[in-house]
Ligand binder design. Structure first.
Ligand code: NAD
Length: 383
């Protein structure tokens, strides 16, 4: 376990932090990274500090500029969007995969001069096919972490499929949020298994860290009645770098869906945030914690509720993140086990620490020959 070579797909708010956090973990060497416009590969290990410096305030989260604009790596012929029933944007509308940053000029892309994202790094090369370029190097990669946008629901499952079709053998891990995507990965399980891929899905904070916590908290019980996940995120200093995540969260608000959120301009997003004084509250979110707990046999998906509060104008968490699992013990008592995160731990710490922990768990499983699709709760004590 002291020699895991990994790649990061997407170096936005999450992917950059993944690289940074990996430097504080043993045995992880970042050997490849890409964003929509560029790729950096060094099998002896990327210079992560240089990459982070070059992409500081410059994360290519939107589509303008650079060769990736009509990239072969965009999702294609993906059919009707499940949330809205309408047809998603065409491949040339780059935001099909990551939101409507394209809707206003200059919106969503932060760049130094002409250099947007990874190509601003001396290790970066421009490319029109960033994901294919990583696939081409994947023989020498043990794990691939997907920090890609998920506004096009089948984007991540399709990326997984492409790795499998190229006979990649190793771990893939994502931090996606939406429940419905897990089924799309399950649909591809045969292909992933055949290739020798251990796919760990929904392995960020929620779903991910908190799903695992719920699975652990459930162990006191023989019957679980309810799982309540309530998260708080304060994002003032990280707001610019996490616009992709904020846009995806907006799709959970009443009156919005994935389609409307994807097509909002940056100005419209700002106006919405102003209307709420910078604080957005979410209830009954479609977070995959539900299906991930059900597929691990912990409880029914309908008994899992996820909500939370996002404050983009303060770094203080607006509410404490908790997971409460209510159930009945073998001897007839009813109780609630609660897991609470310290307010001092940031969203970035709670997504990327667990994501890299699950990545390592994935590698252990992969090396033991366990292939297929795993959720965070599958990597905890069984129920
Ligand atoms: N599970 C959790 O707890 C959790 C928490 C936060 C964020 N997330 C998820 O993490 C994901 C990433 O969020 P973010 O804030 O980093 O987004 P972001 O918009 O900041 O970054 C996305 C990155 O993907 C790259 N990209 C987009 N399309 C691409 C393509 N076709 N090929 C190659 N690269 C491409 C962009 O250039 C950018 O580097 C989102 O899906 C978000 O929902 C999950």
């Amino acid at each position: 376990m002291d020699d895991i070579r990994f790649a990061v797909l997407g170096t936005g708010g999450i992917g950059r932090r993944t690289l940074e956090v990996s430097q504080h973990k043993d045995g992880l060497t970042a050997v490849a990274a890409c964003d929509r416009n560029g790729v950096a590969v060094d099998h002896d290990g990327l210079d992560v500090d240089e990459l982070l410096d070059a992409t500081e305030g410059n994360i290519a989260s939107g589509p303008q500029g650079g060769p990736g604009q009509s990239s072969g790596d965009e999702p294609r012929d993906s059919g009707p969007d499940e949330a809205s029933g309408s047809t998603p944007a065409t491949p040339t509308d780059d935001y099909a995969s990551d939101g409507g940053a394209a809707a206003v000029e200059g919106g969503g892309v932060k760049q130094h001069g002409d250099q947007s994202g990874i190509v601003a790094s001396e290790q970066g090369e421009p490319t029109e096919t960033p994901i294919d370029d990583i696939i081409a190097e994947s023989d020498a990669v043990d794990a691939v972490l997907l920090a890609l946008p998920n506004l096009e629901h089948d984007f991540i499952p399709r990326v997984a499929e492409r790795f499998a079709e190229a006979d990649y053998e190793g771990v893939m891990i994502d931090v996606l949020k939406r429940s419905r995507v897990i089924g799309m990965l399950d649909d591809r399980e045969g292909l992933l298994r055949e290739s020798g891929i251990t796919f760990v899905c929904g392995a960020g904070a929620t779903p991910g860290f908190l799903t695992g916590a719920a699975a652990l908290a459930a162990q006191s019980f023989v019957e679980v009645e309810a799982v309540e996940i309530w998260w708080g995120v304060g994002l003032k200093s990280g707001y610019e770098d996490n616009r992709g995540t904020v846009r995806e969260d907006i799709a959970h608000l009443d009156g919005y869906d994935i389609e409307t959120a994807r097509e909002m301009s940056e100005d419209e997003i700002e106006a919405l945030i102003d209307e709420h004084d910078g604080v957005l509250e979410f209830h009954d979110m479609e977070h995959a914690d539900d299906v991930l707990l059900e597929r691990a046999g912990i409880c029914d998906a309908e008994d899992v509720h996820v909500g939370g509060v996002l404050d983009v104008r303060s770094d203080e968490k607006p509410t404490t993140t908790t997971v409460s699992v209510t159930g009945t013990t073998f001897d007839g008592e009813t109780g609630t086990n609660t897991f609470e995160l310290d307010d001092a731990t940031s969203m970035e710490a709670n997504v990327n620490g667990p994501a890299l922990g699950y990545l390592k768990a994935g590698v252990r499983n992969n090396r033991a020959g366990h292939y297929g699709v795993f959720g965070p709760a599958d990597l905890m004590p069984g129920f």
